[in-house]
Design a protein. Structure first.
Ligand code: GLP
Length: 297
């Protein structure tokens, strides 16, 4: 259009004048993140008595999201640590009617080369320990496909699905004894997206307890990236047992470094780290047993 440029220039000039002389006349643009930052501003650390109490609190925080936003997107984790959380979510569904029918889920990771029916695949784990026992729509459940023929294409698709679903509202995380989150091993780029990672020897040894022999432990995994995880609107990181004490010390009180990927959580505006007493033994500060309610106006 002939008048497009002058009209746009005039609008820009008017806007600049208003911003200079009458800023209160302009709407304030607040993104979701800035609102959430105002509400919480930081990561909080909570020490519970035992894994069951951790699971109850984590499940309650997740349930709060599901009740507030029935069509929410949950990011889910595997490993032994989230099991009490899943047990409590199942109880909330069965006894208190917590409704998952409109919820979409995305899992963090999956071993490359394990069929979905393999009892150590994360597909199998999620169906056995959660999905089968709640009313989530199977079509709304996403676990990375470790059998995908074209893994890079699959990883791109997975990222697109997360965006299409509206982004993750609440991401649950465990932590490896080396400080990994999902399968982002030490040295992973802090901005990484979903991709294949080679598993560290230590991680394979930690997870060997679930396989018949070390040879059977997969060498590769598909994992959401650290950047993908940090995009979630809210994070809960769980750790229990003395074996996680050093990783938790670094995560809560150490410097942010790609060599301990979980330390990046310090930069998240709404993250809750829930640990039990043995995992908290190396922490040097005082932390509460309940989340604080912080309202900043
Ligand atoms: C695996 C998973 C991680 C999990 C970790 C800890 O490596 N990829 O997501 O956090 O195990 O497992 P556990 O909870 O059994 O200690």
């Amino acid at each position: 259009m002939l008048y497009t440029v002058p009209v746009r220039q005039t609008i820009c000039w008017l806007y600049a004048c208003l911003r200079e002389y009458l800023p209160s006349a302009l709407p304030t643009h607040r993104t979701t993140t800035s609102i959430e930052q105002e509400e919480f501003f930081a990561m909080e650390v909570i020490i519970k008595e035992n894994p069951e109490a951790m699971g109850k609190l984590a499940a309650e925080l997740i349930a709060e999201v599901v009740r507030r936003k029935p069509k929410c997107v949950l990011g889910l984790a595997t490993g032994s640590t989230p099991l009490p959380t899943y047990k409590e979510l199942i109880r909330l569904h069965k006894n208190e009617g917590l409704d998952f029918s409109r919820v979409t889920t995305f899992n963090l990771d999956e071993y490359v080369g394990l069929v979905h029916e393999h009892d150590q695949s994360y597909h199998y784990f999620m169906w056995e320990n959660l999905f089968k026992q709640i009313n989530v729509n199977p079509k709304s459940v996403h676990v990375p496909d470790g059998m995908a023929k074209d893994i890079p294409a699959f990883c791109r698709w997975y990222e697109e699905q997360i965006v299409k679903a509206g982004g993750v509202d609440m991401q649950l995380l465990g932590i490896g004894s080396n400080g990994h989150i999902a399968f982002n091993e030490p040295g992973s780029s802090l901005g990484s997206r979903t991709r294949v990672k080679t598993l560290d020897d230590g991680t394979r040894q930690d997870n060997a307890r679930f396989f018949k022999s070390m040879n059977e432990v997969p060498k590769y995994a598909i994992t959401m990236g650290i950047g993908t995880i940090m995009d979630a609107r809210q994070l809960i990181l769980l750790a229990n047992g003395a074996g996680k004490a050093e990783a938790i010390k670094q995560t809560c009180e150490g410097p942010i470094t790609a060599m301990v990927p979980a330390t990046v959580v310090q930069l998240h505006p709404k993250a809750t780290i829930i640990v039990d007493k043995p995992a908290a033994t190396k922490l040097t500060r005082d932390y509460p047993a309940e989340p604080r309610v912080l309202v900043l106006n």
